[in-house]
Design a protein around this ligand. Structure first.
Ligand code: FAD
Length: 522
């Protein structure tokens, strides 16, 4: 069926109204999340327009030598804003099969056949995905979104597509009513702010006005283009670009260099240096090993360890003896020393590198009253996706972390596309608020810090199943080999941190993934 769509309805070629809403949807970002969001929106009959500030698809996987910090050893070209955090020799920390979208296997090799492959290979995979599903046609490259604002009902240039022929949501799960939050609901300032900003009908979700600007080769945005109106917005701007740093008392007087791993590209300029890397999650640990190949000594400093054995210098941490483990730094000295928790010291430190992660930021939503980010919690979001008071016309793909991302983004996008079309439902706003509050208090009762709100880990599989079930009967849950392969890869990493990427204990699972790929015709 060829869909001839117009605002509010979808028609098939023979003129039968399928009764779904067909919306004009802006997608922000053409990384792994934005690409699959565009595909799912188009599949569902929506009209996506993807705004991408870079000149290619792939997001963080588009490597650049450019960095934000001139003081990073080896820095060549410095730009005020660099999206990618990839370093030159990065290999994935997940096996390629499990990283794939559900129906576009990552078993074939483009540039690098290794299972834990280079960033170039992942970029090639994403580019091939965009080619295969003809996604470039939707993407406006070198275009940065500057502002996203709910449109006041009276100012809307076109009638809200919401009033089209779309189905209301399923009975008990009525579409959000935008009724005021009751006593149980949050009374946060941003919600009050929302209500001041919004003037759309109390039963209507808003439409959106978007301002963009062309971006030049230096990454700078020119003056804003005229605004464009959309029925809905899907935010896919990534969350590995805006750095988070540890508090470092004494940093102002420290004579060495203090940088963030966001600007790390390679170890060449670290030859003979003494380096403290703060943070032992995936990047910190990887970078520490890489720098240790050229540096004199590397102190890996962390609050907690993926494997408790790694907290001790005596524990096996590969063949290198120049990596020492320490607690968090408590003082940087004017003499170039670093003092760690527990009183240990490192002397004559040349570089302190934060590998302390990134912040969620949505600069284009600043002042729009849609979400607030507090201690790295994006609040309030139902299922990490919909802000109840603006749902379903604004949504977020890709917020959860410690997950296998691409297939999860696909399920999130399928659900969003279906909710927008009316094929899937959402609870009323109040019910979503209640759900969110219960979720937050559950985290609190389990002593899970606020900054881990979007950290799923093992919970990702139940979340993925929930998403699949929420879509409609044509969306299947992810097959069992995926969580198994993820688990085996994690266990192997903890057991052999130095060589897990080239150790394959799960050959049976690799075979199952290959069979699935064959069945999909890849
Ligand atoms: P991104 O890839 O960041 O894409 C966001 C896009 O939005 C970018 O293209 C950006 O230019 C664009 N954008 C942002 N703001 C605007 C704006 N205002 N206007 C227009 N465009 C905008 N995942 C794995 O599965 N395996 C791994 O091994 C792995 N290793 C990683 C290593 C590192 C160092 C990092 C940082 C991440 C790693 N990840 C890994 C996670 C990775 O982030 C995800 O796989 C995924 O690629 C994220 O996709 P995304 O689309 O959410 O974000």
């Amino acid at each position: 069926l060829v869909q001839q769509a117009y605002c509010g309805q979808i028609r098939t070629q023979d003129g039968v109204d399928m009764g779904r809403r067909h919306l004009k949807v802006a997608v922000i970002g053409a990384g792994a999340a934005g690409l699959v969001a565009a595909r799912e929106l188009a599949r569902e009959g929506h009209q996506p327009t993807v705004f991408e500030q870079g000149s290619r698809p792939g997001g963080v996987w588009v490597y650049t030598d450019d960095v934000e910090e001139a003081s990073m050893p080896g820095a060549r070209k410095v730009r005020p804003q660099v999206h990618s955090s990839m370093y030159r020799n990065l290999r994935t920390n997940l096996p390629r099969e499990v990283m794939s979208y559900t129906d576009f296997p990552f078993t074939r090799a483009w540039l690098d056949a290794r299972r834990f492959c280079s960033h170039e290979e992942v970029e090639a995979y994403l580019e091939a995905f965009a080619d295969k599903f003809n996604l470039h046609q939707y993407i406006r490259y070198e275009t940065r979104v500057l502002t996203v604002r709910p449109i006041q009902a009276a100012a809307a240039a076109e009638p809200a597509a919401w009033h089209g022929n779309g189905h209301r949501a399923q009975s008990a799960q009525d579409l959000p009513s935008h009724s005021t939050a009751n006593g149980n609901g949050p009374s946060h300032q941003h919600i009050a702010e929302n209500r001041a900003v919004q003037s759309h009908d109390s039963s209507d979700p808003p439409r959106w006005q978007i301002t963009t600007a062309p971006v030049d080769s230096q990454g700078a945005a020119a003056s804003a283009a005229p605004t464009q109106d959309f029925d809905a917005v899907v935010v896919c701007n990534g969350h590995y670009s805006d750095v988070r740093r540890a508090e470092l008392p004494g940093a102002e007087q420290f004579p060495g260099t203090v940088v963030h791993s966001h600007s790390y590209r390679d170890n060449v300029a670290f030859r003979g240096l003494t380096v403290v890397v703060i943070g032992a999650s995936a990047s910190g640990e990887d970078i520490c090993r890489e720098i240790a190949l050229t540096a004199n000594r590397v102190y890996l400093s962390a609050r907690s360890w993926q494997n408790p054995e790694w907290a001790h210098d005596s524990a096996a941490f590969g063949p290198r003896s120049n990596i020492l483990r320490r607690g968090v730094p408590v003082l940087l000295g004017a003499d170039g020393s670093v003092e760690f928790e527990g009183g240990e010291r490192a002397d004559r430190v040349d570089v302190v590198m934060h590998a302390t992660g990134y912040k969620y930021t949505f600069p284009f939503l600043q002042g729009a009253g849609v979400v607030a980010v507090n201690d790295n919690r994006v609040e309030h979001l139902y299922q990490h996706i919909f802000p109840p008071d603006h749902a379903p016309t604004i949504s977020f793909v890709g917020l959860p972390w410690k997950v296998v991302p691409f297939a999860q983004y696909e399920l999130q996008s399928k659900w969003i596309a279906r909710v927008l079309s009316g094929r899937a439902g959402l609870p009323a706003a109040q019910a979503m608020h209640k759900h969110i509050e219960a979720f937050y208090s559950g985290l609190e009762q389990s002593n899970i810090p606020q900054r881990y709100t979007h950290m799923l880990g093992d919970k990702q599989w139940a979340y993925n199943d929930w998403l699949a079930d929420a879509c409609s009967s044509d969306v299947e849950r992810l097959p069992a080999w995926r969580p198994l392969m993820y688990k085996v890869a994690g266990d192997t990493k903890r057991a052999f941190p130095e060589r897990y990427r080239d150790t394959w204990p799960e050959s049976e699972l690799v075979g199952i993934a290959a069979e699935e790929a064959q069945a999909l015709g890849a």
